[in-house]
Design a protein around this ligand. Structure first.
Ligand code: PAF
Length: 291
């Protein structure tokens, strides 16, 4: 595995792959790799000939008072995990390499940013779009793989790629979960043992919502109430939102049906966790990218 820290070295490597006729897959991350990220690497390796994984804790997607400074970082560990999983190129730019000065161009997620995490994290999706667009221009991958846990991010990025006619295929891979169902997330590292126990109520609650749908509920209020009931005795949990949304617009669904996405954000102690389930049998790429 080769490691690059500068944009020019990264581009040179990319050019070599092109000359060798190799399709490049890309997994952008903020590091502190876990099995969820590594499953994206597997997916990239299935779909492409060479895989780039970037590790960059992107300051522009953190708001004031968020966890940019304490976001877990361990490059040596990440390097070992990436190499053992078959990553071909690790791209680890510094903040000054990516942002030699504050960007004056800004991207706007539009109405897709008006729902769910958008109003709660002002500027977050603009920051994600900016860094992902820059990374896509630098790496020029044939395929870029994102995780389904970050449903709103995947949908916004899918729309950005379409709206800007970017020549990249996006893929959204399923969420990897602990044995009790908790979605893997770098932020799980912040949880105390009691908070970790409480956090397991999140996937249980989403399952309860899915069950209500399978048993015939079509009113969003009924499905959301089934989710909420599972969480109401969790003292350590403060729900930020539970919603049943249309995967194309992210607006609240009028009726719950196959492809409706049940989304949830909650603080467990000080840690903010998100998760979702796609109702029915759709795959994440079908639902999040084809709308
Ligand atoms: O999902 C993430 O880890 C980040 O938002 C991403 C896509 C790597 C951009 O910084």
């Amino acid at each position: 595995m080769i490691q690059h820290a500068t944009i020019s070295d990264m581009r040179r490597w990319r050019e070599e792959q092109r000359h060798a006729g190799r399709r490049v897959g890309f997994v952008p991350t903020m590091g502190h790799l876990h099995e969820g990220h590594l499953s994206l690497v597997d997916r990239s390796r299935d779909l492409a000939d060479a895989t780039v994984l970037s590790v960059f804790v992107n300051p522009t997607q953190f708001g004031p008072g968020e966890d940019f400074d304490r976001y877990p970082r361990d490059l040596e560990r990440d390097r070992g995990l990436a190499e053992r999983r078959g990553v071909d190129c690790l791209f680890v730019p510094s903040v000054s390499e990516m942002y030699p000065r504050a960007a004056s161009v800004a991207l706007d997620p539009g109405s897709l940013g008006a729902h769910l995490c958008g109003p709660l994290r002002p500027g977050h999706f603009a920051g994600v779009m900016l860094v992902v667009l820059k990374l896509l221009h630098i790496v020029e991958p044939d395929i870029a793989v994102f995780g389904r846990k970050d449903a709103q991010q995947a949908i916004i990025l899918g729309r950005m790629v379409d709206d800007l006619n970017l020549e990249v295929q996006l893929d959204v891979a399923p969420t990897v979960r602990e044995s009790d169902g908790l979605a893997l997330s770098s932020r799980n590292a912040y949880l105390t043992p009691d908070e970790r126990r409480a956090a397991a109520a999140i996937p249980r609650a989403l399952d309860a919502g899915h069950r209500a749908y399978r048993e015939g509920a079509t009113e969003p209020e009924t499905v959301v109430a089934a989710v909420r009931r599972e969480l109401e005795n969790e003292q350590l949990m403060r729900v930020e939102y539970i919603d049943a949304v249309d995967p194309e617009t992210l607006a609240p669904a009028r009726r719950v049906q196959d492809r409706t996405v049940l989304v949830l954000a909650a603080r467990v102690g000080a840690t903010r966790l998100i998760d979702n389930v796609v109702l029915g049998e759709g795959t994440a790429s079908d639902v999040f990218l084809d709308g």
